[in-house]
Design a protein around this ligand. Structure first.
Ligand code: C2E
Ligand code: CA
Ligand code: CA
Length: 701
């Protein structure tokens, strides 16, 4: 896209071109030089040669008659065989410091293209021609002070008394052969040359009759144009070329700035920071060690969803300003800074020439600054920030490697609880290595069919009747020994090892239910399946579910999906829509690990859920004496009941916990006290047993 400046510049150039061409056509670029009578630059001499008497002039005297500029009147009494002539020489470039006949540098007349003369010749037979010579001085072929050696650029013409004015084009002049021969002139020097004209000479030609010859020169003027048409066009084309090169260079520089700049914040973008780091890396002077900071806003999506995208955009700009403000307040951090927004809410800052303490100090300053809410569009917004930091040495490190290290450190900062920074070190490296190894082993386990399901019964608190069962994924690969689904499932998702592990679990469970239709129908048990928050952004999730329900003829009322409360932190309208669709299909939803997220109790009503699963952390130290915990659990149960939600308490390991929960009115319980996750065979036996007896008390496993 052309900038306004370029459009204006092109327009001005175009108009200027038109004006220049018009001025040229109108003759505004014409130039002329008039040889004036009495001009201080001219010296005139008239002469007669041959046998002449009654000469009416002295050599070196200007003779004027009838208002002519110059004239010569010669009475030729006898015709000489070799030379009979009468003429006028006008030395131009003459100045008073020169002695008579001393040769001066002439005038450059090459810029003119024609000469206009007004001359008459009275002669006995009235048809004598005149030779006009513009004599050129050049030290190659002319001898100083010798007029005869000057080049003869000449032409002959017949003066007309009635029309004495004559225009003579420069290209009709020729260098006289006799002069070339006499002076033994080289071919190069034998061409017409008007660059240093020292003399203008008018001489009668063909004087072959005795009598009076009267030569009168009334006007000599040279004319031309400052530029001829071709030269002018060449200049204009050259000018356009220079202008185009300038404008293109300017435009490409501008485009480069645009393509390296983030339009929203005005900071560098990914390409910009990569270029920046490359330039720093290749510029030896700037090759200083430094630190790269990679950070993003915790829960930025929530800010967008709650306050709108324009507030989100302002927040991003404000974060850029906060960082710039901190840098401005630290004089030793002001040089060699590259600040960029990579994408979304991800920022990268590079500071050269700082040490580790300064890097830590800078990171702490940002977090401290964000510890109080930011005012955006008259709203107070509180955000956290997770940051990964990596040191670098530009002589060795590639930008992408530094970025990847800082990214790993940021990942660890998030995993450790967000709103903190982490410097890349061996621990981060090991953690990342471990994740990569796990991802690799999961791929192998998937190839070797080493996944299976276990079943964890959920009991009604009042009568310990198993009315639900949670399906839990297991991997039997020895390489993944001790690594539970809570660790390997997020890694599987992150590395994309298994296309969609949730759908795999759902399909396996449905297949299993279909195969054991009788058992599930008789017990009327609800099967609880964990799904990751990712499915809430997956628009095809519900249609896949629909297909699976139909394929395996599953009664949707027997299915409950569990989503963790923390996943709701990032929930948006699209996610709520998916949750509603799941419920509309007849399935129910449970909010898993309730109490670990930040959901205000009053917000629960906004989510389409049927059941709250109270997290194990609330149950762990639930004792008769712990009034605080008891009150907390009691209020969760009260809220759930006011919203008509079922409740399940997770992780019951002790009788005391079970007793208290039952007393407080918790609906269902799940935990090692009653059953660990068990195989299908075991679980089926349990179901059959309880259907036979109505309920069970405790299952040994
Ligand atoms: P969760 O959904 O909270 O599942 C409950 C976890 O707590 C299970 O661990 C279960 O064995 C454990 N648990 C239950 N009662 C007790 C108890 O009394 N004491 C102790 N110490 N632990 C108890 P598990 O099977 O290792 O699963 C861990 C997490 O992995 C699950 O937490 C769930 O978030 C995830 N997960 C498991 N299977 C799947 C799956 O198929 N899909 C998805 N998306 N996530 C799954
Ligand atoms: Ca669960
Ligand atoms: Ca749970």
């Amino acid at each position: 896209m052309l900038s306004d400046f370029n459009i204006r510049a092109t327009f001005v150039l175009f108009i200027t071109t038109i004006i220049v061409l018009a001025a040229h056509k109108l003759g505004l670029m014409d130039t002329s030089f008039d040889i004036n009578d009495g001009s201080p630059t001219t010296f005139v001499t008239s002469f007669a040669e041959g046998v002449a008497n009654n000469q009416t002039f002295d050599e070196g005297t200007k003779i004027t008659r009838n208002d002519a500029l110059f004239s010569a009147r010669c009475s030729i009494r006898e015709i000489s065989a070799d030379a009979s002539r009468c003429g006028v020489s006008v030395a131009i470039g003459y100045n008073s410091s020169l002695k008579k006949h001393e040769l001066a540098n002439g005038f450059d007349l090459s810029k003119y293209d024609h000469v206009e003369i007004d001359a008459t010749l009275d002669s006995p037979n009235q048809n004598n021609r005149v030779r006009l010579s513009l004599r050129n001085y050049n030290e190659n072929y002319s001898t100083p002070n010798d007029f005869a050696s000057l080049k003869l650029n000449s032409l002959n013409y017949l003066p007309n008394k009635e029309f004495p004015s004559k225009r003579i084009e420069f290209n009709s002049f020729r260098v006289e052969d006799s002069w070339i021969k006499e002076g033994n002139i080289s071919f190069e020097d034998s061409k017409v040359d008007f660059s240093n004209i020292a003399f203008i000479e008018f001489v009668t030609d063909d004087v072959n009759e005795v009598g009076d010859y009267w030569l009168q020169i009334n006007k000599i003027s040279f004319h031309g144009q400052l530029f001829n048409e071709l030269a002018l066009l060449q200049i204009i084309i050259l000018f356009w070329l220079i202008a185009i090169i300038f404008l293109v260079a300017r435009q490409s520089k501008k485009l480069q700035v645009i393509s390296n700049t983030d339009a929203l914040t005005g900071l560098l973008n990914r390409r910009g920071i990569t270029d920046w780091s490359y330039k720093k890396g290749t510029n030896l002077q700037n090759r200083r060690k430094g630190f790269l900071f990679y950070f993003d806003i915790d829960g930025f999506k929530k800010v967008n969803d709650t306050h709108g995208h324009s507030v989100g955009d302002e927040l991003l700009c404000e974060l850029g300003n906060i960082v710039k403000g901190i840098l401005a307040g630290n004089p030793n951090m002001q040089n060699n800074i590259g600040l960029s927004r990579l994408a979304g809410d991800e920022f990268v800052l590079i500071i050269s020439r700082i040490n580790k303490d300064e890097a830590n100090h800078f990171a702490a300053l940002i977090l401290e600054k964000l510890s109080s809410p930011i005012v955006i569009s008259k709203r107070l917004i509180k955000v956290g920030l997770s940051m990964g930091i990596s040191s670098f040495d530009p002589s060795f490190d590639e930008f992408e490697d530094i970025l990847s290290r800082a990214d790993s450190a940021m990942y660890c900062a998030k995993r450790d609880g967000k709103n903190r920074f982490r410097v890349f070190d061996d621990h981060v490296r090991d953690a990342i290595y471990r994740r990569k190894q796990i991802a690799l082993n999961i791929r192998l386990a998937a190839e070797n069919n080493e996944f299976s399901m276990v079943y964890m019964p959920i009991f009604r608190a009042v009568d310990l009747y198993i009315h639900k069962v949670e399906v839990l994924l297991r991997c039997h690969s020895p390489a993944l020994n001790g690594i539970g689904p809570d660790e390997f499932i997020p890694i599987t998702e992150e590395f994309g090892v298994i296309q969609n592990i949730d759908l795999m679990v759902i399909e396996t469970t449905f297949k299993h239910m279909h195969k054991n239709k009788q058992v599930f129908e008789n017990s009327n048990i609800k099967v609880c399946i964990n799904i990751s928050a990712k499915e809430l952004n997956n628009v095809s999730f519900t249609s896949s579910l629909e297909t699976l329900l139909a394929d395996y003829r599953i009664n949707p009322a027997q299915i409950e999906f569990e989503i963790t409360e923390t996943s709701l932190v990032e929930i948006d309208e699209q996610s709520i829509k998916i949750l509603n669709q799941i419920r509309d299909m007849g399935m129910s939803l449970a909010l898993d690990d309730f109490g670990t997220g930040y959901t205000a109790f009053s917000h629960i009503v906004n989510y389409p859920i049927d059941c709250l699963k109270i997290d194990k952390s609330f149950i762990d130290d639930l004792t008769e004496k712990n009034e605080v915990k008891k009150t907390l659990v009691k209020s969760i149960l009260a809220i759930a009941s006011s919203f008509n939600l079922e409740t399940v308490a997770e992780g019951i390991e002790k009788d005391e916990q079970f007793r208290i929960l039952k007393e407080l009115g918790c609906g269902s319980i799940q935990g090692y006290l009653l059953s660990k996750p068990i195989s299908w065979i075991h679980f089926k036996a349990l179901l059959e047993d309880q259907d036979g007896r109505g309920s069970i008390i405790k299952i040994a496993n």
